[in-house]
Write a protein that binds this ligand. Structure first.
Ligand code: PEP
Ligand code: MN
Length: 338
């Protein structure tokens, strides 16, 4: 971290700053020029609150030269992390597709969709039991009963289950869930992230609606700092000025994230666009830029879906999509999925 000190600052203030930084266990290289004084701070600068330093009277500017995330950083862990549950493997040469409805609606619905997506090559089932809806009057999910139905679908298909947690108070209900999803709206629910860092199951961490790549990685760091290193990151579109799509899929985040972190990164083309007809082109594009997998909303009757019908594709469309993804996969160095 580099600090430029304002010209004519009092020596006493500079000494105070230096001794405070040293107390954090960091080393300082001081360079006093004719026009400015520069402090180079060396060590684990993740301990330093950059905004606090920036606000000090004597500080002209601050620049971080090393990233504040350590455990998620590829610099300190060059090999790809592979997260696997059953046949669902994410990272390295592996590409997996998670598919299912936005919400679990009934036993027949989840079992029928689960069986069809399995037949097309999906290796994990998604389905919301607790739904983060904008309106308190909208369908909130079947909650505990939804979890029970997901476990029946797992029994029927032998595929692992992915579902979203919204509160630490529900952790007990998630005991038998295979992959716990943290939705976009909870990406910075730090107390939830810390709790999930203490459990031994993969976490699917979605990018927040308006969060930077660095904030997203810092959320992964929260989970990893508590000991859980099985994280799958998911780009699901960010909010921009554009209204023709529900969100804007940040495709450039995928190859960039692969440079910055060793964790697997997948894409959700359904929430990214909000439009079923864009799911296929965005899935193919995501595969092409090196995504480690996809999470796709599939419904057997999208017109009647209780949540996100307009973005759900049908099982037959999903089947065609899987075959097309398979054609692209070898070009990106990934194993085939069907
Ligand atoms: C979901 O996957 O059902 C969901 C609510 O997604 P997001 O958190 O990305 O909006
Ligand atoms: Mn949804």
């Amino acid at each position: 971290m580099i600090l430029v000190i304002k010209k004519n600052s009092e020596k006493r203030q500079l000494d105070n700053l230096i001794s405070w930084i040293k107390k954090l266990g960091l080393k300082i290289n001081l360079s006093t020029g004719e026009n400015s004084t520069v402090l180079g701070i060396v060590g684990d600068t993740s301990l330093v609150d950059i905004d606090l330093i920036r606000s000090l009277d004597i500080v002209e500017s601050v620049k971080r030269i090393s990233e504040p995330y350590k455990k998620a950083n590829r610099k300190f862990h060059p090999e790809n992390t592979i997260v696997s549950v059953g046949d669902a493997k994410f990272g390295g040469p592996h590409f997996s597709v998670i598919a299912g409805p936005c919400s679990v609606e009934s036993e027949e619905q989840i079992i029928s969709i689960a069986k069809s997506v399995k037949a097309s090559g999906a290796t994990a089932i998604r389905g919301g039991a607790f739904k983060p809806r904008t309106s308190p009057y909208a369908f909130q999910g079947l909650r505990a009963d939804g979890i029970r139905l997901l476990l029946i679908a797992r029994e029927e298909t032998k595929l692992p289950i992915v579902t979203e947690i919204m509160s630490v108070t529900h952790l007990d209900l998630f005991r038998d869930i295979d992959i716990v999803q943290v939705g976009a709206r909870n990406m910075q629910n730090f107390e939830l992230l810390k709790e999930l860092g203490r459990i031994n199951k993969p976490i699917l961490l979605k990018r927040g609606l308006a969060n930077t790549i660095e904030e997203w990685l810092m959320s992964a760091e929260y989970i990893m700092a508590e000991g859980n290193e099985q994280i799958i990151l998911c780009e699901r579109g960010i909010r921009t000025f554009e209204h023709y799509t529900r969100n804007t899929l940040d495709l450039s985040a995928i190859p960039l994230m692969k440079e910055l972190t060793h964790l697997p990164v997948i894409v959700d083309p359904s929430h990214a666009s909000g439009l079923s007809r864009l799911v296929e082109p965005l899935s193919l594009a995501a595969t092409g830029v090196g995504s480690d997998g996809l999470i796709i909303e599939v419904h057997n009757n999208p017109e009647k879906a209780l949540c996100d019908g307009p973005q759900c594709i049908r099982p037959t469309q999903f089947d065609t999509l899987m075959k097309r993804i398979n054609v692209i996969l070898p070009l990106t160095g990934k194993n085939n999925i069907v």
